[in-house]
Structures are given as C-alpha cells and as structure tokens.
Design a protein around this ligand. Sequence first.
Ligand SMILES: C[S@@+](CC[C@H](N)C(=O)[O-])C[C@H]1O[C@@H](n2cnc3c(N)ncnc32)[C@H](O)[C@@H]1O
Length: 326
Amino acid sequence: MAESNTVGPFTRNVVAQGDSWKLVEQLPDESIDVLVTSPPYWGQRASKGSGVEEDPRQYVADLRKLFELIKPKMKQRGICWINIGDAYNTPVNWRADDHAYSSLGPDATGLAPENSAYSKPRHKRKAFTDKDVPWLTYGNLLSLPYRLVIGMSDDGWLSRGEVIWKKKNPMPEGRCRRPHRQHESIHLLAKDERHNFQLRPPVGSVWEFGSEKIPGLPHYSRFPLELPKRCIDSYGIKGEDVVVFDPFSGSGTTGVAAAQAGCSFIGFEIDDEQVLASNERILATYEAQSSQQKSSSQHVSPTNHTSETADSSAKIFRASRMSNAR
Ligand SMILES: C[S@@+](CC[C@H](N)C(=O)[O-])C[C@H]1O[C@@H](n2cnc3c(N)ncnc32)[C@H](O)[C@@H]1O
C-alpha cells in the first residue's frame, strides 16, 4: 500500500487544476518515477495555457524551464517520456469553411465538412520569421522536439532514446512539396544512466497504433491510451509506490494508463473542464481496478491494500468536488 494518500500537497490519483510551471514547485523532491506527457504543440491548437507563443524560441525556452523545474522532482532512477510534435514555419489558419477549397482526401477535392481536419478548434498562427536567424525562415521544419531535447541535455538531462510513433490513422494533408507527416516522436530522458528500464523483451524504437475516440468531453490533442501504457510498462516496475506524473494531463489518458497498471498518478491541467472530465475517467478506472482485485482476492487474502487506497482516493476526490461545488 502507498505510504500516504498524498504526494506533497497533491492527492494521489487526482488531476490538480492549475499552471504546471507554478504547481510543479510544490512537488516534493525525488517523488516522481515515470513522467509521461505531451505538451501543447506550438501554435497548433486553441487551448488555454501554453503553446500559443508567437516566437517558437519562447515556446522551447518555456518548456525547457519547466523540465528544469521538474528535474529535482524525479527519483534518481526515474524516467521521463515526452511526446511532442514538430511544426513548419508556415501559418495555421484553418476555418470552418476551409473544406470549400481544400485539397485533402484521396482525389484531392476535400473531405466532408464535418471532418475533424476542418472542425478541430485551432489557434491562428503566423509564420515567425527573422532575417538574422536562418532557421526562422518561412517554410522551415523547425525541429522543435530536437531543440527541446538538446536544451534539456544542456541542462543536465540524459537523452536516452527516440521512439517513432507511426500513426495508423494520420491527419490527412493537402497538396504540398514535402512528405505528408505520418509519425511523431516520443523522447526518453533520465537523470541517471542507471535508470530503471524493462530489459526483456527489449523496448523497440517504432511503435504503431491509431488514435481512438473517448466518451464524454472531447479533447482534440489526446494521445492514444497505448502510448502512456507502453511508457509506463517500459519502467519495468509497477505498484502503488510507482508515481506516474503528467504535467499536461488533458483528458487524463496517462492517469487512466497509470490506474490500469496499478500505479499512483499525479496530473496537472490548466483547463478546468478537462480537469473535471478527466478526474471522472481516472476515478472510474481506479474503481474498476479495485473491484476487479477485490473479487479476485476475496478467496485469497482477507485484506486488499490496492482497494483500500483506491477507495480512500475516491472519498477524497468526491469530498474535494463537493467543496469545489459550494
Ligand atoms: C497535448 S494536450 C495533452 C493531452 C493528453 N496527453 C491527453 O491524452 O489528453 C496538452 C494539454 O496541456 C494543457 N495545458 C496547456 N498549458 C498548460 C499549463 N500552463 N499548465 C497545465 N496544463 C496546460 C492544455 O489545456 C492541454 O489539455
């Protein structure tokens, strides 16, 4: 059983609402085993919080600062997985009626107007050019994931590997003089070369899966459940004492994967609607795990510590919702 129901001021298995840059400082040092996250992509989405910086250098600098704040919070043998998309230095201006002249689809005449390629809420982004900075030229693939990883390595993180997430159902793209993107990268970093990691079977560097739809409040930049599941599995250790953390928790996918793996979870998310919806999902998963374990252990052991923790997490979560509602 986990020693306490909290990690510093944060309740286990519950997403806390707020700005990660501020909340992270309240985490106790050496408290996180596995970080799995996907920060908001630069200029891609109309989301609250970060990812809307005009200058991509600011975007990378801010993320680098966040991971610098996180580093002391990681256990010495902990691991950090970051899924982050790249961006071309071109405008992003999709509007609801863009399907009228769109060249998406197999015959390049556009997709149905309701297709999420047009209906996803997106940020209006301009290309950010600077004639004195060659990489900030119009049309350049900005290599933002690599700029972040190089910055983090300069700050003392070890870059331990890159996984290619090959998408089963990539977003369709129009006619363009460049490869259509059908993958994203997932970077593994650690504080120490002797971090925990699954050795057998070895973890491969190409993972293929599609995205899935979830019931309830939609989240337009969710990653598939299989992604955080594989990241958590790669740690090679599971149980309530393994604390999984997602500073950009969104719809709570990492929390659901942590619950299914029998690990503890801490999530931060700035969007209060997503916080509520994700806490429902995560709680339901912990409860399902707990009742499954209760029924399978009834004949074996008189006590079930996982169930006790899930039950008390549920009580704390419900109490905090009731006090928030007042
Ligand atoms: C790419 S999404 C993460 C999606 C998540 N992996 C999932 O599967 O649902 C990034 C999330 O970061 C949140 N966010 C943006 N700025 C933030 C900040 N300063 N602090 C905390 N969360 C933030 C956004 O609201 C968004 O939900």
